[in-house]
Design a protein around this ligand. Sequence first.
Ligand code: CO8
Length: 257
Amino acid sequence: MAYDNILVEKRGKVGLITLNRPNALNALNSVLIGEVNEALAGFEADDKIGSVVLTGSEKAFAAGADIKEMSSLTYMDAYKGDFITSWDNVSRFRKPIIAAVAGYALGGGCELAMMCDFILAGENARFGQPEITLGVMPGAGGTQRLTRFVGKSKAMEMCLTGRMMDAQEAERSGLVSRVLPVDELVDEALKVAEKIADFSLPITMMTKESVNRAYETTLAEGVRFERRLFHAMFASEDQKEGMAAFVEKRAPQFRNK
Ligand code: CO8
């Protein structure tokens, strides 16, 4: 499948999506998002894919939603077309997905990265929600997800002023899991994704589901949810294999069942 705004590759068990609108710093327009959704649907359906890396260029992960496409939108266009809802698909992708962010991750770009399971950042990464400077506010979860990542004070400051955060501040604040040299970023993200893809796919999916539940429920309900999934894992062949391999001092051969 050929795409105009993204590059899609399979690296063994890892799917790699590279945002590729270099002339617009990977600004997210509806065609690009449609292509990302299509690529993700392909990886979701592909039993051989165990995880995905989403990245951009060294200069920009994505400099936000495409302002030129969005500028003439009316309220009725936005409401009737349910503008943005389909942009949120990444947050509903069920396999593990890592954002590898170098350069600008602004507005919708920052929101897209936060929809992934975790963010690895290049040393030059800049995160921000500059929508306020355009007369709007974040529309793809930025006010909610950024607040959960970095806390109210910093999220409020960023959303109200449009200030950007560099990679070091993003790591200190819990927005990104690690900072890496830019030229090693994608290779390292692929290595991490490969490690995840070597585990049992249903178990990584359930683990992701359980961690995500922490954002959406009380502690007691979250722990109950975790317990149900944990019990269910004992019905999988991979649990038997993983524990047998430990006892027999050999590497496990997960069969994803
Ligand atoms: N939309 C459209 N075009 C863009 C965007 C954008 N967000 N960002 C950059 N471009 C274009 C520029 O217009 C320019 O094109 P051209 O050469 O044709 O004039 C080209 O990319 C290069 O950009 P610059 O010349 O501006 O590059 P600089 O290195 O000087 O500056 C910046 C880089 C600081 C990143 C600057 O481009 C900038 O401020 N961009 C806009 C950032 C922004 O405000 N983003 C928020 C957009 S609103 C939003 O995201 C709402 C979220 C809605 C939900 C999205 C769901 C996922």
